[in-house]
Design a protein around this ligand. Structure first.
Ligand code: SF4
Length: 313
């Protein structure tokens, strides 16, 4: 494992000029539009399909830069968008205004994939009257996160469907890169997911020994802004600091998260089920986000995170 990563220098003036032309045509492809889901992209029978799961955060943006500079062998990056009403707006804005033009400038495809269907976004699913909740809400009293389906339904499967559509098969599986950094290698999973035999997971940043701090350097040296942490703004995996930052920097989003938590508690109560909360501290104390904030108690650390490398990367 080499930790001696040679970073490419910032883009030349010529490349910047090319960016102006190319980025004008760059488009984030969604739904049935563009190369993300159009029928025009033919599979490459001679070589295994190589896709990178782009999360819009620090690690996968560093992977995008490394690919752009020839340090990583991935030319297709797929952004699984959980929904413009669910993902933090700063991430959506970063992907559209920074990552997509940067990718286009370097001849890399960066396309969007979505779940589609009846509940096209995570927020629409949660607002429906359902007894099971897709996100990792904290269970009454214990504070432990409940089983979640959000990552599987809104990130893993849209990407897997796209891999299959592009020709991946169990006999010729797609190589899917995930943005786990070397300092987070405990989040790695085995290469094979038995539910998706037409894919193999790869962790190129771990292989290269690149840490999150080095990812930030890689991005900065490429001359593009470092992205914010990518996650749904209401994710119950947030730490106390992340909730405080949400409240401080985007109070309207914090309010929306409070409203959603209260809606879920009210619904669960009506169904005769135990309350659920967005914080482990709140679950243990029976206090909502709004109450914790009012008492300046959003001070806890997160005790869990999303594994698999599909969220927060
Ligand atoms: S960020 Fe949190 S709520 Fe959003 S998909 Fe990932 S685990 Fe689920």
């Amino acid at each position: 494992m080499s930790r001696n990563i040679e970073y490419a220098e910032a883009r030349s003036e010529k490349a910047r000029s090319a960016a102006t032309n190319d980025s004008a045509e760059a488009e984030l492809h969604a739904g049935s539009r563009g190369p993300a889901s159009g029928a025009s992209v033919a599979p490459e029978p001679a070589q295994p399909l190589r896709l990178f799961s782009y999360g819009g955060g620090v690690q996968s943006t560093a992977a995008l830069v490394l690919a752009a500079h020839g340090k990583l062998d991935f030319r297709v990056f797929l952004f699984a968008n959980v929904g413009d009403d669910s993902e933090h707006p700063a991430t959506i804005e970063y992907v559209k205004s920074v990552a997509v033009p940067f990718a286009a400038e370097h001849g890399i495809e960066l396309s969007e994939v979505t779940r589609g269907g009846v509940n096209p976004t995570l927020m629409t699913k949660m607002k429906r009257l359902e007894s099971s909740l897709p996100i990792p809400v904290r269970m009454d009293q214990t504070g432990k996160p409940g089983r979640r389906s959000c990552t599987q339904d809104y990130k893993i499967m849209p990407l897997a469907r796209e891999a299959k559509r592009r020709g991946a098969t169990p006999e010729s599986p797609a190589q899917v890169g995930l943005g786990i950094s070397f300092d987070e290698l405990e989040r790695m999973r085995s290469a094979v997911d038995p539910r998706i035999p037409w894919q193999r997971r790869h962790y190129p940043l771990v292989d290269m020994g690149v840490t999150r701090a080095e990812c930030i350097q890689i991005i900065a040296r490429a001359g593009i802004p470092v992205p914010p942490r990518s996650a749904c703004y209401f994710c119950p995996f947030h730490s106390g600091e992340e909730w405080r930052r949400l409240q401080r920097e985007t109070p309207q989003l914090f309010e929306r998260a409070c409203d959603l938590e209260e809606l879920l508690i009210e619904r669960r109560t009506r169904l005769g089920r135990g309350a659920v909360y967005f914080t482990n501290q709140g679950a243990r104390e029976g206090a909502t986000l709004r109450v914790l904030h009012a008492h300046e108690q959003l001070t806890f650390a997160s005790d869990a995170t999303c594994d698999g490398g599909h969220c927060f990367t």
